[in-house]
Design a protein around this ligand. Structure first.
Ligand SMILES: [Zn+2]
Length: 669
């Protein structure tokens, strides 16, 4: 699983905010809140002024620097798309038609739910389990992942090639905890979910009573699947999803299913073996098939068709979808304007077509050059850091150096743009366009099976405000979208940039050595390179971080999940240490010049903290704490700095200050 710096789009409630952020001075420094001591609550000190000045817009569930940048990137894309529509040329007709079809809400309203009628008819025509395989293959190819998901993945044993994989899927709520967690709030969310499904069925003509029965059926089937699903924390351990088996094993686990028809339906190549990521989950699908009538299976499938396309049908469906996924799960008050939803959809569907325009507008050779310099310096700092780890034996240390040296960086955008010429886009057929674009991606993915793994491919589009480490490629990836203020400010001094984008670089590198990444070798194979004793010492040190973050309360009765967020917290703690070391090296021998009253090290920590300044709605906090491997912004800042002796020194904190963990401080890297 790729590890990113941020969760990105949360349930379609993508990030966005006011362009007021751009008003922050060229120094890149935030305005601090002098009523709070930095050693008492550094997040408040660095962020409360920003947070006060940036209330959450009504169409958002959170508003932070990430979101502001993301919105400004969206505006660049919107301008590009409007230009493409005004001056259609042979090379950009596809984009113009796609975005045009999406913006045409009048046609969407006129069509009602007619665009999904053919797919619902296919579901309705299902008469026995034998025919389910072909139907499910068709739905999966359209991106409707009922029951399970199928596609390619890098081979755990040999990262040079891609193999087939089956994975758990099929839930309408974010993950298993939403079905099984026991609290009043969880219970009320489940009730709202059932009510939402009921209203969706009513929208396609069911009576209130019939729709209610159907919603309960969906809830029953999904709860069964949820209970058999791995948890968020378990999904971080690649060993728990590593089960390469002969294809015949599929029939042992899920026998009531025509696998041959399924593979033919998704156009998969012949394979002898595949990774059955969660075998117990497939057993649960078998149990569900045996327990449910064909009519009830049809209800479940129809719900997933409705759910997948609701945001792009007529207003009644769009509003109902927002009422649950926007309001209930994230607290957003109002639907985003259509252009924002359509820019995001175009980025999702034809991302590398659209991405070129973003790169042209926002990313130059100077960006790339400065990033390359920083990556080189961060890598050197990491290399020295490994030698300071007293707990690690020379044997493991040597391997760690080798793995670090092998990390590849990808910066900005792909060398080769994806060719979408096979995707048929029609100016008056939005849902058809989405379906065809999704089929193109699904086929592209399935056709990778059995082929050499392509490391040049990107897992994020160029305008994305995010970054990731891929353990199977051992590479760090920085889309052009994040190489902008406040992460990367061309006019800001080194201290601020090292605290912001420098920390992001260090964060991604540390993922190569977190609880998940450390299990892969320098070639991206899942292969243990640790001595037993060193692995044990790693576990002990990591447990300190699990306890630390697990003690933070997200909201009400809900704590931060220390285990699920471990990899990200290790990356934050390692990242800040490495970035500061690299900064010190760059500034060595130069006088420490104060800017805005702050020393270089103080500016470094402020540059780090301001990246995380965020206002978040309560419902979004709850959803994030249950479904996201990233800690909440406040803990990302305070959790990290309170482990840092250098932070305490930089701000002259007393030993008993809340931001000083002292002897309790955790350190792995
Ligand atoms: Zn990360």
């Amino acid at each position: 699983m790729k590890k990113s710096i941020f969760a990105g789009a949360l349930l379609g409630a993508a990030l966005t905010v006011s362009p007021a952020f751009a008003a922050d001075s060229a120094s890149g420094l935030p305005e601090v809140d002098t009523s709070v001591e930095p050693c008492t609550n550094f997040y408040q000190y660095a962020c409360s002024a920003w947070n006060k000045a940036h209330p959450i817009p009504s169409d958002q569930s959170r508003w932070g620097s990430f979101a502001v940048l993301s919105q400004s990137n969206q505006e660049i894309l919107r301008a590009a798309l409007e230009k493409v529509m005004a001056e259609p040329r042979p090379g950009n007709q596809r984009l113009a038609d796609f975005y045009g079809a999406c913006m045409d809400d009048k046609t969407a309203d006129d069509k009602g739910w007619a665009p999904i009628k053919p797919t619902l008819d296919k579901v309705e025509a299902l008469h026995d389990l034998k025919a389910l395989a072909k139907l499910l293959a068709d739905l999966h190819s359209q991106g409707i992942n009922a029951y399970f998901a199928f596609g390619s993945q890098t081979d755990f044993e040999d990262a040079r090639k891609d193999i087939a994989a089956v994975q758990q899927a099929g839930l309408g709520l974010p993950n298993r905890d939403f079905y099984v967690r026991d609290s009043e709030k969880d219970e009320s969310r489940r009730k709202e979910y059932v009510a939402h499904i009921t209203r969706m069925f009513q929208l396609i003509g069911d009576s209130a009573e019939a729709a209610q029965t159907k919603a309960e059926t969906v809830m029953r089937i999904e709860t069964g699947l949820a209970k058999a699903s791995l948890t968020l924390a378990e999904l971080n351990d690649p060993q728990l999803t590593n089960h390469k088996k002969p294809v015949a094993e599929l029939s042992n686990l899920l026998g009531d299913f025509d696998w041959a028809a399924y593979f033919a339906g998704v156009d998969a190549p012949q394979v002898k073996s595949l990774n059955i990521a969660e075998p117990d989950f497939l057993k649960a699908v078998q149990t569900s098939f045996a327990a449910e009538s064909v009519d009830d299976i049809k209800v479940y499938l129809a719900w997933h068709v409705l759910h997948a396309r609701a945001p792009w049908l007529s207003k009644a469906f769009v509003d109902e979808n927002f009422a649950f996924y926007g309001k209930v799960l994230t607290g957003a008050q109002e639907l985003k304007p259509r252009w924002k939803r359509c820019v995001a959809l175009t980025d999702d569907s034809l991302g590398e077509d659209l991405g070129r325009y973003y790169v042209e507008a926002s990313f130059g050779p100077e960006h790339k050059k400065r990033m390359l310099e920083m990556v080189k310096e961060l890598k050197a700092a990491y290399d020295s850091d490994i030698d300071t780890l007293a707990w690690m034996s020379p044997a493991t240390r040597k391997k760690a150096h080798e793995k670090l040296a092998a990390i590849i960086d990808k910066i900005g955008y792909p060398d080769h743009w994806r060719d979408y010429s096979k995707v048929v886009v029609k100016a008056d057929d939005l849902v058809g366009d989405i379906e065809r674009a999704t089929r193109f991606e699904s086929e592209r993915d399935v056709h990778k099976i059995g082929k050499p793994h392509d490391k040049a491919e990107w897992g994020m589009t160029p305008p994305t405000v995010n970054a990731y480490y891929d353990p199977t490629e051992n590479d760090i990836n920085f889309p052009a979208g994040i190489l902008q203020p406040p992460f990367f400010t061309m006019t800001a001094d080194d201290a601020v940039n090292f605290g912001a984008i420098g920390m992001v670089i260090g964060h991604e590198m540390t993922h190569g050595f977190d609880d998940q990444g450390r299990q892969y070798d320098k070639n991206g194979n899942l292969k243990d390179w640790w001595t037993k004793e060193d692995a044990k010492k790693f576990e002990e040190r990591a447990a300190c971080v699990v306890d630390q973050y697990g003690s933070y309360t997200a909201i009400d009765d809900l704590k931060q999940n220390g285990k699920a967020t471990l990899g990200e917290n290790l990356a934050d703690n390692g990242g800040i240490r490495i970035a500061l070391a690299a900064l010190k090296k760059r500034l060595a021998g130069k006088p420490d010049q104060k800017i805005g009253g702050f020393t270089a090290e103080q500016r470094f920590f402020l540059g780090f903290a301001q990246v995380w300044c965020t206002n978040t709605r309560d419902d979004a906090i709850r959803t994030q704490a249950m479904s996201d491997v990233h800690s909440l912004p406040e803990f990302r800042v305070n959790g990290t700095v309170s482990n840092s002796e250098e932070f305490a020194k930089a701000f002259a904190c007393k030993a008993d200050a809340p931001m000083v963990r002292g002897a309790k401080a955790c350190r792995v890297w």
